[in-house]
Design a protein around this ligand. Structure first.
Ligand code: PLP
Length: 462
């Protein structure tokens, strides 16, 4: 097989050096072949091992691969209302059969969806722009802020990820410091990552939140000292995703936003992962921190897999951004996307998915807590609703990350037919962000698989 594929891989040695682990650990020959083929086709397909399964169908919380095997999807935070939800599928088909065009033309749908979407947000946030990905949405959010303030400097959180364009990698320490490997841009200041478990200030108290926010103030001062002018923006997720499913200490964003506004900057909430009801107790992640951002960025679940993302801001910032210039985007806000967005909201509301996220999420967190009492490898359990993480450590005192063990657990439950993944600075956090149709029955399947994996690991692996 290697001979066959080496024909189409331009530099087989290089590829082996870049991704040797896929060759060493993959127990399924067909997937191994697919993984090789994916790498042959291009780097955009060279994503994580677990994602290299070849999926052919989706239904609710289930995915079915090319061999007919069913997997419970405990990690896909894009398809909020479940894979191939019939109401969403019908909306796409209906609108595609009627009209799809671009934003050169106004449609009832764009107006209806703007109204419906902004109704989920605090009153001042009522101007919506539609784009096609979270990256584009964050690009636009920063452009709005920078145009309005007339400056470029931006304060970001360590470990943040906001997208994969050049502009977004520049404001994503996760990328440029770690996975992209280039120096910090001079217009970016990195604030301490507000991790209450292994960070500088431990615990969820307001004192810890205020202490972390103090580092945002330090960054704002650094910008002023360097440039003589204020920073344009502070951009942060309301709960961190790639940072390891980290819920910030109480009052963190409130204090950080206060510093930013006092310094004349704009507060941007990246809700690409944590928005749309996933956190259960609120529709938006920022609500859990009691703040109202100046710009909200949304993506992933808004289209349930269909490419749709949005930026919502205040009339004041929108006016300062417009400044005689029209914002245009070929596909953003097209009628099919708008119909999808409406259908997704129909399902979230009609099926009570936010309440379900809260109920199932609380149940999962309680079960993870119970596991932590029995498995010393579990150092921390955290999250809100169906946005949760289980951090594995070799030693609860030193917090030595159990990275290999976390990967082992993910592979083990995958073999049992459950998909999860890892995240965080050390890739030692098991992350769970299932479709919001997840109920107790699905949570039990996931947790049973985890119990088997932890027991096997404690018995010496294998
Ligand atoms: N912001 C956050 C918090 C994300 O997690 C992601 C993607 O993972 C993005 C932005 C970028 O979104 P997209 O991949 O749709 O461009």
């Amino acid at each position: 097989l290697w001979d066959v594929w080496s024909d189409v891989i331009p530099d087989a040695n290089l590829i082996l050096r870049l991704a040797p682990e896929s060759f060493a650990v993959d127990p399924h020959p067909p997937e191994k072949l697919l993984a090789r083929r994916a790498r042959a086709i291009g780097p955009s397909l060279s994503i994580s091992y677990a994602e290299k399964l070849k999926m052919v169908r989706g239904q609710g919380p289930w995915l079915i691969d090319h061999t007919g095997r069913r997997y419970l999807d405990a990690v896909n935070n894009i398809t909020h209302v479940g894979h191939c939800h019939p109401h969403v599928v019908a909306a796409i088909a209906r609108q595609a059969a009627r009209l799809n065009t671009n934003t050169r033309y106004l449609s009832e749908l764009i107006l209806d969806f703007s109204e419906r979407l902004t109704a989920t947000l605090p009153r001042d946030l009522r101007v919506a722009y539609f784009v096609n990905s979270g990256t584009e949405a964050n690009e636009l959010a920063l452009r709005i802020a920078r145009t309005a303030i007339g400056k470029k400097s931006t304060v970001v959180l360590d470990w943040a990820y906001h997208g994969n364009s050049g502009g977004m990698v520049d404001v994503s320490p996760y990328k440029f410091k770690r996975k992209g490997g280039y120096p910090q841009p001079d217009f970016v200041e990195i604030a301490d990552f507000p991790d209450p478990y292994r960070g500088t200030h431990r615990g969820m108290s307001e004192a810890s939140g205020r202490a972390y926010a103090g580092d945002v103030a330090r960054c704002l001062e650094a910008v002023r000292a360097k440039t003589g002018t204020p920073a344009a923006a502070f951009i942060a997720e309301s709960i961190s995703g790639v940072g390891g499913q980290v819920v910030y200490p109480d009052g963190y964003l409130k204090a950080a936003y206060a510093h930013v506004r006092a310094a004349g900057g704009v507060c941007i909430a990246d809700e690409v992962q944590c928005g749309f009801g996933r956190v259960g107790a609120a529709f938006w992640g920022f609500e859990l921190q009691g703040v109202v951002p100046d710009i909200v960025v949304m993506g992933k679940p808004i289209g349930n897999g269909h490419p749709l993302a949005a930026v919502v801001t205040t009339p004041d910032l929108a006016a300062r951004f417009a400044n005689g210039m029209e914002y245009f985007n070929s596909f953003g806000g097209n009628p099919v996307s708008m119909a999808v967005g409406m259908a997704v909201l129909d399902v979230i509301e009609g099926e009570g998915l936010q309440a379900r996220a809260l109920e199932t999420g609380d149940y999962m967190l309680a079960r993870f807590g119970d596991m932590a009492a029995r498995h010393p490898l579990i150092g921390d359990v955290r999250g809100r609703g169906l946005f949760s993480g289980v951090e594995l450590v070799r030693d609860r005192a030193t917090l030595e990350p159990a990275t290999a063990e976390a990967g082992w657990i993910v592979n083990h439950i995958r073999r049992q037919g459950v998909l999860a993944s890892t995240d965080g600075p050390f890739d030692n956090v098991l992350k769970f962000k299932p479709p919001m149709v997840f109920g107790r029955a699905e949570a039990d399947i996931l947790i049973d698989a985890l119990e088997v994996a932890f027991a096997d690991l404690a018995a010496g692996g294998g």
